[in-house]
Design a protein around this ligand. Sequence first.
Ligand code: ADP
Ligand code: ASP
Ligand code: MG
Length: 424
Amino acid sequence: MGRIVQKYGGSSVADAESIKRVARRIARSRADGNDVIIVISAMGDTTDELMDLALQVSPQPKSRELDMLLTTGERQSAALLAMALSDLGVDAVSYTGSQAGVITTPTHGNARIIDITPGRVEAALQQGNVAIVAGFQGVSQTTKDVTTLGRGASDTTAVALAAALGADYCEIYTDVDGVYTADPRIVPSARRITQVGYEDMMELAACGAKILHLRCVEYARRENVAVHVRSSFTDKPGTWVRAHEDISKDSTMEEAIITGVTHDRGEAKITIVGVPDQVGEAAAIFTAVAEKDINIDMIVQNVSRLSDVSTDISFTLPMSDGAKAIRALEEIKDRVGFREVLYDDQVGKVSAVGVGMRSHPGVTATFFAALAKEGVNLQMISTSEIRISVVVGVDDVDRAVRAAHTAFGLDATQEAVVYAGTGR
Ligand code: ADP
Ligand code: ASP
Ligand code: MG
C-alpha cells in the first residue's frame, strides 16, 4: 500500500468517454490499496478556447480576470472526474487549487507555488476518498486572488502535491509513452528514454520539450520526487525522471552523449541596430527589458570590425512578450542613442541537450555539420556545458531537428506512437 499522485493531461481527458476511461484507471489504482491523489488538466483544448474567448471580448484582458476565467477549465474536469469515479463506486472529492492549499505568489498568469497546505486533501484521503485537485492554479494569500501557474503547469501542481503529501512517486499521464529523444510529432523515429536525470530533463524542458513543465522538474529535483511520465492510453512503462545517482546502473549501455534534441517555436528575436560602443549601453537596454518582467534567453553582441563606433545586439525572448519589449525599447531609444529596433518572430530554436557532452569534444561540429548538410542557416548560437542551441528560420526547424537527431545516432527502428489527436 502506497501513496501516489497521478496527473492526467488535457489530451487524456478530451471528452466524456476519456474521463470515464481515466476514472476506470484510477479505480484500479485505488483497488490496489493505494492512497490516490489526482491532479487534472482542463479537457482537451479548453484553456486555448477560453483564451480565444477572452480575446474576442477584450484585446488586452485584465490578468486577474483572465485567471478567474482560465481556472474554470480545470475545475470543470475535476468535478466531472469525481462524478465518473462515484459511478464506479469510488468515493472521490474534487478541490480547486485554492481549496487544496496551493499558495502562490500574487503574479497572475505565471505565479509560483510558495507553499502547500494540503489539510483538506489529507483529511479526504484519511476518510478513504480519492482526492482530485484542479491543476495549474492556486491562490495568493496577500491579494486573496486566484492565480494560474503558467501554461502546462498542472505538471507542477502534481509534483508539488507529491512532495507536500509525502507520496512515493508522481505519475504524469499523457498522450505519448514517455520522454523521447525528440518530439515524436516531428521525429517519428524518436526513441523513448527509460530513465533520465533531473539535470538533463530540466534542460530538455527549458529548451522546449513540452512533455514536462520546467518548474515541475525544478520542483522534483529540489524535493527529490521521482516522476514517472507515461501514457494514459496503455499500460506500458514510461520514463523515470530521478536523481542521476539513483538511475539504475545495471544497464550495460554506455551513457549517451546527447540525451535529446528539442525545438521551440515560441520565441522571437529582437535586434537593436547601431548601439554606441561604450560602457553601460547593454546595461541600459537590458534593464529596460527586465523592468517589464521579461525573461530573455540568448544574447549575441558583436562589435563590427568595420565600424568602431557602434554594435548590434540581438536577443531572443518569449513571443508573447514581444510587443511589450518593443515598447520598452522605443522609450529609451533616444536616451541610449541606438538607431532602430527590429523584430522577427519567424524563428525557432533547436537545441541538442546532454550531460554527456561535458566530457566529449566534437558535439558542436557534428551538430553544425548536420544542419549545414540540410542547408539550414544559423542566425544565432549559444552554448552551455550541457547544451548547444541555435536560432534558425521557422521553416527550417523540423528539418534541423530531424537532421540533428539522425546525426547524433538517436534514431530508433520503431515508430513512436502519439495516441491523442493533433492538439494545439
Ligand atoms: P498533456 O496534455 O498530457 O499535458 P502535452 O501536450 O503538454 O500533454 O505534452 C505531450 C506532448 O509533448 C506530446 O504529444 C509530444 O508531442 C510533445 N513533446 C515534445 N517534446 C517531447 C519529448 N521530448 N518527448 C515526448 N513528448 C514530447
Ligand atoms: N490547462 C492548462 C494549459 O493548457 C494547464 C495544463 O494543462 O497543464 O496550459
Ligand atoms: Mg502538458
